[in-house]
Design a protein around this ligand. Structure first.
Ligand code: UDP
Ligand code: MG
Length: 318
């Protein structure tokens, strides 16, 4: 039988001084329970990543570290944002398996047990997905659903109702390390890893302490990353729009010439319409084509791995 894995629960924290005193004992007790059941190694721990908060978040993390070795912390030099803080935790903390969860515990932490169970059964990635969204405002619920559909429609690999509550095995995290994304949208990148994966479902709770650190503008910027980093579809739309407008303008040109030859036009009108229609649509197409090249360059600069090996049974030279 395999030894119980070391689990690291990674918690990004930005201005969470009120939240941590509530969150830490809940996660701590859960982890201790799992250790007692022999599900995870006694060396497992919770890794709080302070994302440059200027309030007492880091002081609180240091206090927790004093209290028990299950609490550990990483302090970032400034605020890098949720996704980068999460990545910092995953790539810095040493463990066999990782679970990421928000500091406000809106996501049902009890499901971590189920996630680890799936890991023990051979899954490398377990996505936490919300069943209902009745704790969200109507606005957030509707825009989120529209966004998922839009992404899926544009051909991006989309896991509906999944935020960043997930389990990843060490080998999945090691492969994630090879992705050089700067405009991070982890919930889009992780499905690109492949590997055996599973899902757990839960109801999301309301935030009890502090307020959301995701105002509308931040959310929109994030959603933009979620589309642009994964799809060339908007650019293809420009090219197609150009092609359609060229077709329409050719008809327009024919019609204008007919009007002109029938003597129905004032001097200057025909040539003006011709020039606008033709060059307008050509510019449309050319911009789209340039955009497609830029998309290729963008893809190259991201340097995503070409492939990920899951099992290698070839003889190795040492
Ligand atoms: N967070 C972070 N850096 C930031 C903003 C947020 O590390 O710049 C953390 C925050 O402390 C929380 C998680 O990201 O643990 C999600 O934030 P929040 O709960 O405010 O987002 P919401 O649930 O409202 O989408
Ligand atoms: Mg939250």
């Amino acid at each position: 039988m395999k030894a119980a894995p070391v689990l690291a629960i990674v918690v990004p924290c930005y201005r969470e001084e009120e939240t941590l005193p509530v969150t830490a004992p809940v996660l701590g007790n859960l982890l201790r329970g799992m250790m007692e059941d022999g599900m995870v190694s006694p060396e497992s721990y919770i890794c709080f990543v302070n994302d440059g908060s200027r309030d007492g978040t880091w002081t609180e993390i240091l206090r927790l570290q004093e209290e028990s070795p299950v609490y550990r912390g990483i302090n970032l030099s400034r605020n890098f944002g949720h996704q980068s803080a999460l990545m910092a935790g995953l790539l810095t903390a040493e463990a066999d398996v990782y679970v990421s969860i928000d500091a406000d515990l809106q996501d049902d932490e009890q499901k971590i047990r189920e996630m680890v169970q799936l890991y023990l059964e051979g899954k490398d990635i377990v996505y936490g997905c919300r069943d209902k969204r009745d704790t969200d405002t109507w606005f957030k619920r509707t825009t989120a659903l529209m966004f998922y559909s839009l992404r899926a429609w544009m051909g991006c690999d989309t896991i509906r109702n999944h935020a960043d509550y997930r389990l990843m095995s060490r080998r999945a995290v090691d492969e994630l390390r090879r992705f050089g994304e700067v405009n991070l949208y982890l919930r889009g990148v992780v499905p690109l890893l492949g590997f055996p994966h599973g899902y757990v479902y839960y109801d999301r709770k309301e935030r009890k302490q502090g307020e959301s650190k995701y105002p509308l503008m931040k959310m929109l910027r994030f959603a933009w990353n979620g589309v642009v980093n994964f799809s060339e579809f908007p650019l293809l739309c420009v090219v197609w729009a150009g092609a359609v407008s060229l077709a329409v303008s050719l008809i327009l040109i024919l019609w204008t010439l007919m009007q002109w030859s029938a003597g129905h036009t004032v001097p200057g009108w025909t040539s003006t319409v011709l020039v606008i229609a033709l060059f307008g649509s050509l510019q449309f197409i050319f911009t789209g084509v340039l955009g497609l090249y830029i998309a290729k360059i963008f893809k190259e600069t991201k340097r995503r791995p070409l492939y990920i090996v899951q099992d290698d049974c070839t003889p190795h030279r040492h």
